[in-house]
Design a protein around this ligand. Structure first.
Ligand SMILES: [Zn+2]
Length: 257
């Protein structure tokens, strides 16, 4: 079991590149502040190509996610679910809890509970369920060589969805913004590691949509809070979850509530 350092943050999202797009700028700040970082995706992105088969594109995208995580200085794990089939059920929950126990985080970032894509919403439910089960000894993951049960419920945060919109188009307002002006260049570089997705969009649209769209969103968020570029987050404050603003304090000087 990894050392129980309080500065351990795990981003658990549906697909390769989600964590980079939604939280990349914040992650580089945390890395500079000596946080241990991990990225977990539910799938290997097997539907992320119009020309390659599932196995081929999954292999490519796992390698891209690994490369992006290495550029950040984070670990990378894929839970092994399939695109469009990320569903909250007991078997999938056990796999997500196992991945979480192996990293042993003190802070977890998940997708917004309301999001444009169902894979993201179900991943959010799976991760929320896993944070609760992490430190429940009688919840057994039934995996090979299971990791030890966690010691306490980690703090849970939700990254704002793309464009800050729920499935009906209504605005989701962040509880706090993080200034990513100084890390945007590294966030862009991290995204370039996902070459298959960038090339796919570039061939369809003729422009570098993949990087430019992310930058446009970060600028739109920044315009709301007075930073050049920003990311938005909300903290899960239900009963039994850490109530302290752990992530906000870790990012002291960069946060606007
Ligand atoms: Zn996604």
């Amino acid at each position: 079991m990894p050392q129980s350092s309080p500065k351990r943050l795990l981003v658990m999202m549906a697909h390769p590149d989600d964590a980079e797009i939604l939280t990349g700028g914040t992650l580089f700040h945390l890395k500079e502040r000596d946080w241990e970082l991990g990225i977990v995706t539910m799938t290997a992105g097997d539907c992320g190509s119009a020309t390659m088969g599932k196995e081929t594109i999954s292999r490519i995208r796992r390698a891209e996610a690994q490369s992006a995580a290495e550029y950040l200085g984070a670990s990378y794990t894929c839970v092994g679910l399939m695109d469009v089939e990320v569903i909250f059920n007991p078997g999938n929950l056990r796999r997500v809890v196992e991945a979480m126990r192996r990293f042993n985080p003190s802070v977890v970032i998940a997708h917004s509970p309301s999001d444009y894509m169902l894979d993201h919403e179900e991943a959010s439910r799976l991760v929320r369920g896993a944070t609760f089960a992490l430190a429940v000894p009688n919840f057994e993951t039934q995996q090979d060589s299971p990791a030890p049960c966690g010691r306490s419920t980690p703090a849970l945060y939700y990254a704002d969805p793309i464009e800050g919109k729920d499935p009906m188009g209504a605005r989701i307002h962040p509880q706090f913004y993080v200034d990513i002006s100084k890390t945007l260049a590294r966030k862009r570089e991290m995204l370039t590691r996902h070459a298959s997705q960038r090339d796919w969009l570039r061939s369809h649209h003729g422009v570098d949509e993949y990087l430019d769209r992310m930058t446009t969103w970060a600028a739109a968020y920044g315009a709301e809070c007075g930073f050049a570029y920003a990311e938005g987050f909300r903290q899960h404050l239900g009963h039994a979850y850490p109530q302290e603003p752990i992530l906000q304090e870790a990012l002291r000087g960069l946060v606007l509530a």
